[in-house]
Ligand binder design. Structure first.
Ligand code: SF4
Length: 313
């Protein structure tokens, strides 16, 4: 097999990591800082659906410092201090993560995004949302911001199988995702796709087709994690009643490596695993820390002698 191809693939990590990309693009250490801006979600409040996605408990993916009652400037200051201390980060991207961060009037969105951008060490924003909650006005706002700042639009797809999307109560289709990507393309906005592997009834073969889908679209970045059940979700109930069997660690690591081999090198990798606070974690219980999960997958690529994109045709 030939050697690792070009400067996009980190020689030790064997993937095009988002951190590596940000460092090359901005010339310094850049961290994402999460804020909770107090949004809700149309898949919870009844406008698209109720109950939310069967795996969703937003507590599981938000640090404690991010509470909507705290002004975002204070949340940003706490997050930036943490990343400066821990990683020596010099610049920051403010990540509007929790719930659906384009779900509001354009005036409200503009006010929040501009408050984040006011800080001199903030390079831009990352906005997590649903593909069916991206209005033309919100997209125009992000396009305007992208003229002067970095903008990443994080779109939840989770699965490209519409039957699975129905079963997990996502409330949107693959077509909604493709349409949102096409509308956001060509606007100097990085587009990130969120994926989950391990839904009941999903096969590895079907899941791996998602790499081909991303390759065919204007996707710049990906976040992948294993399906895990946390307290307070329908999935946790399914697990208790035998309706959800989590992947084993070796199964997930093998498929994540297979996926990366099929993912074009131009697409950066932001995340390869999911974690939840111990207090609400139901299954799986792999007992690995976040960086151990990351390196379990990197080590698998190393063991195979492969890298991201090596199987792209
Ligand atoms: S779209 Fe996101 S915030 Fe809304 S219910 Fe699903 S996972 Fe939760």
């Amino acid at each position: 097999m030939p050697s690792i191809p070009d400067e996009t693939i980190h020689p030790q990590l064997r993937i095009h990591s988002y951190g590596h990309y940000l460092r090359r693009r901005f010339g310094c250490r850049v961290s994402k800082v999460n804020v909770d801006a107090g949004f809700t979600c149309p898949n919870r409040d009844g406008s698209k659906g109720t109950g939310g996605c069967i795996y969703c408990n937003n507590v599981s993916f938000s640090p404690r410092e991010t509470q909507p009652v705290i002004p975002i400037e204070e949340q940003m200051a706490a997050g930036m201090a943490y990343h400066r201390r821990r990683l020596g980060s010099q610049k920051f991207i403010i990540y509007f993560q929790k719930y659906t961060n384009t779900y509001g009037s354009v005036e409200h969105l503009s006010g929040l995004y501009r408050r984040a951008l006011d800080h001199p060490d903030v390079l831009g924003i990352s906005v997590g949302t649903r593909p069916d909650a991206l209005s033309d006005e919100a997209l125009e706002l992000l396009t305007e911001i992208a003229r002067t700042h970095y903008v990443c639009l994080e779109l939840g797809l989770q699965s490209m199988d519409d039957d699975i999307l129905t079963r997990i109560n996502r409330g949107h289709t693959l077509e909604d995702f493709v349409s949102a990507v096409e509308r956001a393309a060509g606007r100097n906005i990085d587009i990130c796709a969120h994926l989950i592997y391990g839904f009941p009834g999903e096969t590895a073969t079907e899941f791996l087709k998602t790499a081909d889908l991303l390759a065919s679209l204007a996707i710049d970045s990906v976040k992948l994690h294993q399906l895990h059940a946390v307290e307070g979700t329908g999935l946790a109930e399914m697990h208790r009643h035998g309706g959800f069997t989590p992947l084993t660690l070796p199964e997930y690591v093998a498929v994540a490596a297979d996926f990366l081999e099929r993912l074009p090198a131009r697409i950066t990798v932001q995340r390869l695993y999911g974690s939840a606070p111990l207090a609400i974690r139901v299954a799986p219980q792999w007992g690995l820390k976040n960086n151990q999960m990351w390196f379990a997958i990197v080590n698998e690529l190393t063991r195979r002698g492969t890298w991201q994109g090596c199987r792209v045709g």
